[in-house]
Write a protein that binds this ligand. Structure first.
Ligand SMILES: *[C@@H]1O[C@H](CO)[C@@H](O)[C@H](O)[C@H]1NC(C)=O
Ligand SMILES: *[C@@H]1O[C@H](CO)[C@@H](O)[C@H](O)[C@H]1NC(C)=O
Ligand SMILES: *[C@@H]1O[C@H](CO)[C@@H](O)[C@H](O)[C@H]1NC(C)=O
Length: 483
């Protein structure tokens, strides 16, 4: 009897006993020039099953080090995401050879350690390669439903005609901020229309980054730098203009590309930005220690955001929501204010449930909310980003009515009463991010949309005299011959 008990105890303890770890996606590092190199390390027990909990002590007992005989400067980081999973990421600033990554737990090498990588190129190496080859080495998916759908209305794209239309409609308009880009022989050119075109810097930097990595097909396009999608389906003249936008809507024809926010944080990871799609996966608060309420912070860019303040007053046991800045409804500060003090985005996740409400258009924080370890409640909306199509309500997030007064209380109550469902949704949304929104996925999407769009252009792609070369002063000389 006692023997049996001992066996049973031994058996259950080996179930959570850390045995080894699987290294995932390290093969993607070799041959890719990404702003940040990253891979995953998943700890498992002796049966190969994932460990779901690591104590803070165990997290520290996992150590990694990166060696390279030539490379002086490598900045690296270990991110514990919960569930026995780490993200290891590192940024190089010059070309590095014979990199060796040691992965140790309690001082002992893990099974796959050390990882050996022949060479790593920094983001600003100018080493464009065959596009198909890059797409393969980044394991880009073959097709994107959203791109297919967005390009459907456009049979043959003729820029000779479109430019005439653009000159007439965007040239002197105070309301438009539109740029025309041409990529020819892998060089980037642009001309902008309108007064407020500062956001062109985001498009410049992603296009330059893409052309450093791949030889893009010659292509031309217009991008709308403003918040709202531009090309109305209901327009009387029926003018279907193929316009790239960060945000799409059910009432417009705009072709969506990853938002400037996601793109910029991808390009400047471990550098100029703190919040990005990898860093936000850090488990700062364990689920059991979180506050059992729904959380919202944001500026007053939409009436429904004010409603969240009212709900928090009525149901303080369900909500903690407030406005961080008044800009649109300054005359209502007495009712909905005062504005709350700054809170770091990473501390949003001290709360089990996160509320996503549109701003002027889709709230571009949505990818980061999905990536964090809280369950997301999302307002119904006609606005979408490039990845929304693959999200499933009640699987990746909990939907609520456009008017939060209608069912948000009920939805939060449901989550609180069904915590296991909430946890499941949290895991599913994080997994969705790992499958669709990591840095390489963002590059893949841009490659694909430009490639598919180029296929539809019938006019000759030429650089007009009034176009400006977008030059890349960040490029460094790298010998690319090993690639
Ligand atoms: C184990 O972890 C890996 C990496 O996080 C994940 O892809 C896989 O689905 C997990 N397996 C199970 C059975 O949960
Ligand atoms: C709401 O959240 C903030 C940030 O976590 C906290 O400082 C504040 O005390 C909370 N308010 C209430 C009423 O719980
Ligand atoms: C594009 O449009 C212009 C102006 O309407 C026309 O002259 C030209 O033939 C068109 N090009 C193609 C390839 O259809």
């Amino acid at each position: 009897m006692i023997k049996l008990l001992i066996i049973l105890i031994k058996l259950t303890s080996t179930l959570c006993w850390i045995h080894d770890a699987k290294v995932i996606d390290a093969d993607l590092i070799e041959n890719n020039i990404l702003p940040v190199n990253y891979f995953f390390v998943q700890f498992n027990n002796v049966y190969g099953l994932n460990i779901t909990h690591l104590t803070a002590v165990d997290q520290n007992l996992f150590q990694f080090s990166i060696k390279s005989n030539k490379c002086k400067r490598i900045s690296s980081e270990k991110i514990y995401t919960g569930d026995g999973l780490f993200i290891i990421r590192f940024k190089v600033f010059e070309k590095c050879h014979n990199i060796e990554i040691d992965l140790k737990f309690r001082g002992r090498n893990l099974k796959n350690s050390p990882l050996c990588i022949k060479s790593i190129y920094p983001e600003n190496c100018n080493c464009p390669r065959n596009l198909k080859k890059i797409q393969n080495s980044m394991k880009c998916g073959a097709t994107y439903e959203q791109i297919k759908e967005d390009l459907k209305p456009f049979e043959k794209i003729n820029f000779t005609e479109l430019k005439t239309y653009a000159k007439k409609n965007f040239q002197d308009s105070r309301h438009s901020s539109v740029c025309n880009y041409v990529i020819k022989e892998n060089k980037v050119f642009r001309k902008c229309y309108g007064k407020y075109v500062g956001f062109k810097m985001f498009m410049d930097s992603i296009l330059l980054s893409l052309t450093r990595k791949a030889i893009l097909p010659d292509v031309e396009f217009f991008i709308n730098l403003g918040d709202w999608p531009l090309i109305k389906k209901s327009a009387k003249n029926g003018e279907k203009f193929p316009m790239f936008s960060w945000c799409g809507s059910q009432e417009t024809f705009d072709i969506v590309i990853p938002t400037y926010d996601l793109t910029e944080s991808t390009l400047n990871m471990q550098y100029r930005v703190v919040l990005d799609i990898l860093s936000v996966q850090k488990e700062k608060y364990h689920w059991n220690d979180k506050i059992n309420k729904a959380f919202f912070r944001g500026r007053d860019s939409r009436r429904e955001r004010l409603d969240l303040v009212t709900l928090a007053k009525q149901f303080p046991q369900l909500f903690n929501s407030s406005i961080t800045n008044f800009f649109f409804y300054t005359d209502e500060i007495d009712t909905y204010g005062p504005k709350s003090s700054h809170i770091s985005f990473f501390d949003f996740f001290e709360y089990k449930y996160q509320i996503n409400v549109d701003g002027t258009v889709a709230a571009y924080r949505f990818p980061y909310l999905l990536a964090g370890n809280s369950a997301v409640l999302k307002q119904d909306s006609q606005y979408y980003e490039h990845f929304y199509r693959h999200l499933k309500p009640f699987v990746h997030y909990i939907p609520f009515n456009r008017d939060p007064k209608i069912d948000l209380v009920e939805k939060v109550k449901w989550l609180k009463e069904n915590e296991n469902e909430a946890k499941k949704i949290t895991k599913a949304s994080t997994q969705f991010v790992r499958d669709n929104l990591l840095p390489r996925n963002t590059f893949c999407y841009f490659f694909s949309v430009l490639e598919k769009f180029a296929d539809k252009i019938v006019s000759k792609i030429e650089v007009d005299n009034d176009m400006e070369l977008v030059s890349d002063d960040k490029n460094i000389e790298c010998s690319c011959k090993n690639l």
